[in-house]
Design a protein around this ligand. Sequence first.
Ligand SMILES: Cc1ncc(COP(=O)(O)O)c(C=O)c1O
Length: 443
Amino acid sequence: MTLAITKTTSTAVPAVVGADLRVPLVTGERVTYANLDHAASAPCLQEVRDAVDELLPWYASVHRGAGFASQVSTRVYEQARDRIRRFIGAHSSDAVVFTRNTTDSLNLLARSVPKNTAVVLFDSEHHAALLPWRGPNVQRIPAPSSSGAAVVALDRALAAAPVGPRLVIVTGASNVTGELWPVAELAKVARRHGARIALDAAQLAPHRPVNARELGVDYVAFSGHKIYAPFGAGVLVGRADWLQQAQPYLVGGGATSKVTDHGDRLGVAWSAVPERHEAGSPNVVGVHALAAACEILSRHWEQTVAHEQELLTRLREGLRTIPGFRELSILTDVDKVGVVSFTVSGFDAGFLAAALSAEYGIGVRDGAFCAHVIVGRLVKQVGSHEDRAVRASIGLGTTVEHVDRLVAALRTLVTEGPKWTYTQRDGRWVPEDDGRTLPPFLA
Ligand SMILES: Cc1ncc(COP(=O)(O)O)c(C=O)c1O
């Protein structure tokens, strides 16, 4: 997963929709929005929007119509499977199941594993990867502090796992710290113990090339909305056998090849994968957008990585000059994608996020980032009494000005205090007398 990073200018990366978005401040001014929340949901790529526009006149039912537009939509939907396979270097025999998002994909996998599968994962996983796996067959390994320790811990856990099917779940990049997990090394360990391995690529796929075959992973899950294609599609790619044997967890039209009436019961023949797990009318627009985003990113990896790393370095260097700033970290010896979570001593994360938005037009995330276990531990390690942090995350829409604005705004907030008054309402910090108006289409 290493990539030579070449020096490029920020303008070389694909453009995003909304780059010039103007947002109101509590003071009544308007500024260009500094979106530093790409890890939550990334803006749409301009070229993805173009691809969607191109499809929309042809939009029609998928798998259900004889009309020409239906045939076009069906072709778009089915071709997207190969486009995604190519993007992540999957085997031609791998199933590509379209879902709503990574959460859906990992829940589908959890419902598909054979009974009594021993599941091993680190407790630093996002809830989407952590919560579907609970019960006596699940081993949660405390988050290690280095990539070497991760490999040793997994080896030990698998050596102790019961005989039978085994599955390891691992994230490619942490949504809390952006740190890159040693996926290829963990996959080797898994293989040695006869275990399969599933990669949660929600945070990795938008930022680095992922090649399932080179990494040696059996399943890959990621989300369209994090990879600049926010049209409601996600995907699970991987070995077909378990998925083929599993009962669909969402049932309905499309997942069945034949339903027969036996009076007191219905006889149902489930379709083969992938349709077996795609009940209901498919999201062809989302899937087309997802495939388009994958192809666009594939053409721009060098610029994308260089752009993000340049900004990440600038952001971290700037933040380190803020009094009381403490960055959260799990693995201390790895590279990271553009995600920085931090606390500032003496300041509530929710207050900082609210003030950054209200006074500076900056969007960051605050809280425990759907990873309560690890965030709770990391904030304690940096001496915070809260169980929350602030997360700034970089993507293709980020500029030098956004990064510099965040650093300058935080410095002002921390050294001079806010220029507005804030109050807590329903557990959230909000500005008092917030006169910011919503855009006209919401009025
Ligand atoms: C590492 C990771 N895994 C899984 C998810 C879940 O993704 P989604 O909300 O698109 O299902 C996220 C979302 O933040 C994530 O960061």
